[in-house]
Design a protein around this ligand. Sequence first.
Ligand code: ATP
Length: 296
Amino acid sequence: MIQITMPLNFLGSVYREIRQAMIDMAEMFNLLEQPSEVSDKSGANVLNVQGGAVRFDNVRFGYDSEREILKGVTLDVPAGQTVAIVGSSGSGKSTIGRLLFRFYDVTGGSVSIDGQDVRDVTQDSLHKSIGVVPQDTVLFNDTIGYNIAYGRPDASRDDVIAAAKAARIHDFVKSLPDGYDTQVGERGLKLSGGEKQRVGIARTILKNPPILLLDEATSALDTETERSIQAQLAAMGQGRTVITIAHRLSTIADADRIVVLEKGQIVEEGRHDDLLDQNGRYARLWAQQAAEDNAA
Ligand code: ATP
């Protein structure tokens, strides 16, 4: 019996890891339907994260050979810093996230973490090092405890509660009829956008990755919820390297650096105030957003 269950257990954990990585990617990129286009090269090393410095060096990429989406992007994110990427819809922001996750390989240049090209390391170690907080967290038809622990299936209940407290969702969970054993998802309790996002934050806190990729919510949360979620994201970003893909500008004014992407090229970068002073692309995006917010 032991002879059979050991390999089965092993296969089970491999399956869970693959599924976890797929879900992480799918959550952010909505690509579960698509097979991954890359594989580990033979003798790939485990990624050795020192501080989590991310570098895009003259990166070129297109989903097909007809149309180049990133046209020579060079981006340095020093370990522990927060860089926000802004730009109009379709400029290539999410594509940068996909390439960091090595969902695709670049066609020119390189993407590296602490000096290691993402093509030279195992995808498993790469995916373990990057936490993705997506726009819309996928909930499974299971308990809320299971859904939070999804970031680290071996987490104890105490770990889950600590993460839930840090994500400010513990009090909500305690108020549910069955607490952490309450069924959620399609066939259970439906959670609001803000609650789902907090589950996503709690998952990522449990996973404890050195690098965070935040795909900022475009879905409308009320201002108070959004402020509080932003505060939790900022707290989670302390001591980590953070790349925020920002669809709205109001939330990224505090970033160490803001990078403005336009048609696959970086056209401006700097801090919020400096970019406003430059009165260029960012200042125009900012004014445009303010006008839209006033009209709403
Ligand atoms: P938004 O703010 O609207 O989310 P974005 O700046 O994140 O936009 P990307 O998602 O990076 O933009 O897309 C950049 C370009 O690549 C777009 O023109 C898009 O149509 C194209 N694109 C994105 N995903 C694919 C794909 N899987 N296959 C082919 N083209 C794609």
